[in-house]
Design a protein around this ligand. Structure first.
Ligand SMILES: [Fe+2]
Length: 395
């Protein structure tokens, strides 16, 4: 065989290897959206008596609070002539369509048509079940149209009743990939070192029922700056980080995150949640509350919370950068120190099949702890090498 310049090229080695090459497999992203509670953010952000537009689950929703204080979620498109209710107005406990003023109640029923003698029978639109917990609003998605089973109710965040906490710092970010990508994070220890500049020392997973948990311990990489405060100054050195992070269902994670500094421990709670917009995009949201350390003035604890939120956001953006450029891969090629990616994806699958199709492999208790000894040894070396290099150039 000849290349472009006419030189003989030996391809026998390539041919011999070809059969051994691993291919990436990826099925088409499904247009089905996960069954489960999805957080739409702070309930208070919907409490202004105005209709709000939420693009989610491949469609459009209207969220509005009626006079009675109930926050309602309906399909946004009026079943009359397709008007966008989220452009309409709240009248009492009803939402009025901007097109012909048809009035819809939070239960999805048309309550009145001011210009007509009667409302047509069966004038009903889709009302989404909602719940509120810890000041957050949730909506239940179920492609089969069933009501939310009691056992899937979102749990309250533990510990908020003890001590004083900063208010929610809450932020949504649009991410243009399928939301499965963020779920893999639950088992992925090594990326903390390479993507987030952290130094994991222990990582364990437990999946059971509709809950998937990661227990994580780590510390700061000495060769990198991990956190800076609002003015860009380095934060006090982080000695250790403890995290217990659980997904309750397909999209709502409570992460109990504690930071150990020389001056003491700081407890925080991080919410990491999302809802799908389309099959190729989702709204990622994070919320952070920090327990005010005893004796610390409110102002100081609030600015600490802000700096931490900034760190959290920077972390998500590091993930997003990877997701935007990576391939979807159904058959990841794993080494021993990678977490249980396949088991996690089996767990996640339960939310994408009919309730009757959920199998024990998806929900049975599963535990896995990564042996981190080799990783710690390699990463210590890498950090030491980097520090030596920095010293050599006088950083
Ligand atoms: Fe990550």
């Amino acid at each position: 065989m000849f290349d472009e310049e006419g030189t003989v090229v030996d391809v026998s080695a390539v041919d011999a290897n070809d059969a051994e090459v691993r291919s990436i497999e990826a099925t088409e992203v499904t247009t089905r959206f996960a069954r489960g509670w999805h957080c739409l953010g702070l309930a208070s952000s919907y409490g202004d008596g105005q209709p709000h537009t939420i693009n989610a689950f491949g469609g459009k929703l209207v969220v509005f609070q009626g006079e009675d204080g109930t926050v309602n979620v309906l399909d946004a498109y009026c079943r009359h002539m397709g008007g966008d209710l989220s452009q309409g107005s709240v009248r009492g406990n009803e939402i009025a369509c901007p097109f012909h003023d048809w009035r819809w109640g939070g239960d999805g029923r048309c309550k009145q048509i001011p210009y007509s003698r009667r409302v047509p029978l069966r004038a009903r639109t889709k009302a989404w079940p909602t719940m509120q917990r810890d000041g957050l609003l949730f909506v239940w998605n179920d492609p089969e149209g069933n009501q939310p089973p009691e056992e899937f109710a979102v749990p309250a965040i533990r510990g908020l009743e003890e001590g004083e906490w900063t208010d929610w710092l809450w932020k949504p970010i649009l991410v243009n990939v399928n939301c499965r990508e963020i779920i893999d994070n639950v088992v992925d220890m090594a990326h903390f070192f390479y993507v987030h500049g952290a130094f994991p020392t222990s990582c364990r997973n437990v999946f059971e029922g509709h809950v998937a948990t990661q227990y994580y311990e780590g510390h700061q990489r000495d060769d990198l700056l991990m956190y800076v405060d609002e003015d860009g100054k380095p934060m006090p050195k982080l000695l250790k980080q403890y995290s217990e992070a659980s997904y309750y269902g397909p999209s709502y994670m409570i992460d109990y995150l504690s930071y150990e500094f020389e001056a003491g421990m700081v407890d925080t709670v991080l919410i990491n949640c999302h809802y799908p917009v389309t099959k190729d995009s989702f709204i990622l949201q994070y919320g952070l509350r920090v327990k005010k350390p005893e004796g610390m003035p409110t102002e100081e604890s609030e600015s600490m919370a802000k700096a931490m939120a900034k760190g959290v956001e920077a972390g998500f953006l590091q993930d997003v950068q990877i997701w935007k450029n990576k391939a979807r891969i159904d058959n990841p090629l794993l080494c021993e120190e990678d977490g249980p990616v396949y088991q996690l994806r089996r767990w996640y699958e339960q939310f994408y099949v009919d309730a009757a199709e959920v199998t024990p492999e998806m929900t049975d208790r599963f535990e896995f702890e990564i042996d981190t000894s080799k990783a710690i040894e390699a990463w210590k070396q890498e950090v030491a090498d980097n520090l030596a290099k920095q010293q050599a150039v006088g950083v």
